[in-house]
Write a protein that binds this ligand. Structure first.
Ligand code: NAD
Length: 444
């Protein structure tokens, strides 16, 4: 659905009027496109505290293709700034984060990126834990104030910084346009099998991905993005959506699997459809049946819990037990900010989506140890799809604006985050729940 307000604020009278009235000023986001796959310009590599990662990080940042510099020239407008704060252990070194970014933050290009690299807060050193946790508040606040389509994220590095390469490439690219205010830990949560892809442009070449709920909306975008990244795709949706599903599959050169994911034997039927196994399993199918609890019949509760959570638990268990997700593979589930913040009228939906968060955090270390597979979740915020087009106008408009980027996301934003999790380079990214919500004001 077109965001007319965003289009209006892109015109000169629209800009004038909305500024005078103090209304939100959404900046058009620059997303990935075949013509402009990455940013161009300067990347500022800044350091706060004593970093053990300086050289290795320099190599990783060079992989972004940006012009890495350690200080900005007077007239430059860097497109990104990375502050290595892994060595921040006390208040003095925390102040160096302020000192590093304060002079340059205003000059950062519109649509630019700030990434702060931190370390996991220590269980043994409460001074280090205090200031490393402090980085989270810093990042979330800067994300809320920085404006002009710029994003700010925190990456906690628990192992070698080389493990963060896929994450930094993602966060420092147009692919992460709608991801802001997030904290991602790399390493330390039990790891899958990390292998730098031969070709970073097609990291899924030779790999097979199955996406549930792929006939439309976010699932269709995920399938399209994984195909761009080289994957062979299997698209699953309910038999009633077979005509649409087949069209999408034909367009993408994939295979259609009409199947209700709530069928008891759905896992076995998927395994039989892909006898050589899967590398990427994306649990995207989902439904809403909103009612306040007092008005919610049991059927509304159980249908939502069945599609959104029970089927994810069942099929994941069946496919892992059958060895149908290959080593080095990944499982990506779909949560929602509703599962994090809660929403009136969505006790069923929010329970199912919070359940996904619980599933991911518990299963991730075991799936990595026993199967060499990572388990992560995307938690979309307000994404422009048929699901949100059905939301009443006023609530829809509030949902669109109540985030740091003052606009709804697109299905492709969720798809790009899924593709980052699915990349073989992301083997050290495990047990993470990343919100694709433009830093929604709902749910912190
Ligand atoms: P959508 O309704 O456009 O698409 C969902 C797809 O899932 C449909 O094609 C549907 O047929 C399929 N599906 C439903 N039940 C199924 C079943 N039993 N078996 C197989 N397929 C089934 O929804 P969307 O907006 O693209 O959402 C995709 C996912 O993202 C869902 O899990 C949703 O909860 C989540 N999400 C969406 C938003 C948003 O703003 N759109 C926000 C947060 C989370």
């Amino acid at each position: 659905m077109a965001d007319r307000y965003l289009n209006f604020t892109g015109t000169a009278p629209g800009r004038f009027l909305t500024r005078r009235l103090g209304l939100p000023q959404p900046a058009p986001l620059r997303r990935w496109g075949a013509e402009h796959p990455r940013f161009e310009g300067q990347l500022l590599h800044l350091t706060a505290g004593e970093s053990a990662h300086a050289d290795a990080l320099g190599k990783v940042l060079a992989g972004t293709g940006l012009d890495v510099v350690s200080s900005a020239s007077a007239d430059a407008r860097p497109v990104a700034a990375v502050v290595d704060a892994t060595g921040v252990t006390g208040l003095d070194s925390l102040a160096e984060v302020h000192a590093a970014l304060h002079p340059v933050v205003r000059s950062l290009a519109a649509g630019g990126r700030v990434v702060v690299l931190g370390a996991p807060p220590s269980a043994d050193d409460h001074h280090q834990a205090a200031v490393q946790q402090g980085l989270e508040g810093f990042v979330r606040s800067l994300g809320k104030e920085i404006g002009r389509g710029r994003t700010v994220n925190l990456v906690r590095v628990a192992g070698p910084v080389a493990d963060a390469e896929s994450t930094l490439r993602f966060l420092l690219s147009p692919k992460s346009a709608y991801v802001s205010g997030q904290v991602v830990q790399v390493g330390g949560a039990g790891e899958g099998v990390a292998a730098a892809p031969d070709d970073w442009e097609r990291p899924l070449a030779g790999r097979t991905a199955l996406i549930t709920g792929a006939a439309r909306g976010i699932g269709e975008a995920v399938a399209e993005t994984l195909v761009r990244d080289g994957a062979d795709v299997v698209l699953l949706d309910v038999p009633a959506a077979e005509a649409d599903l087949t069209k999408v599959a034909e367009r993408l050169g994939g295979r259609a699997l009409p199947l209700d994911i709530t069928a008891d034997d759905a896992g076995e039927r998927i395994a039989a459809f892909v006898p050589d196994g899967l590398d990427v399993l994306v649990h995207n199918a989902g439904i809403t049946r909103d009612r306040r609890l007092a008005n919610m019949p049991a059927e509304r509760w159980s249908s939502v819990l069945d599609v959104n959570l029970a089927s994810v638990l069942r099929t994941t268990d069946a496919l892992l037990a059958a060895g149908a997700v290959r080593r080095g593979g990944s499982i990506v589930a779909t949560a929602s900010i509703a599962g994090i913040a809660g929403n009136a009228g969505q006790t069923n939906y929010a329970a199912s989506k919070a359940g996904i968060v619980g599933l991911v955090r518990s299963l991730a270390p075991r799936a990595a140890a026993e199967h060499g597979v990572t388990v992560n979740a995307v938690a979309p915020g307000f994404i422009e799809t048929k699901m949100t087009a059905a939301v009443p106008l006023f609530i829809r408009e509030a949902g669109r604006r109540m985030n740091s980027l003052a606009q709804g996301g697109l299905p492709v934003d969720v798809a790009e985050t899924t593709a980052w999790f699915a990349s073989p380079g992301s083997g050290a990214v495990n047990g993470q729940v990343v919100r694709v919500c433009g830093q929604s004001l709902l749910g912190a």
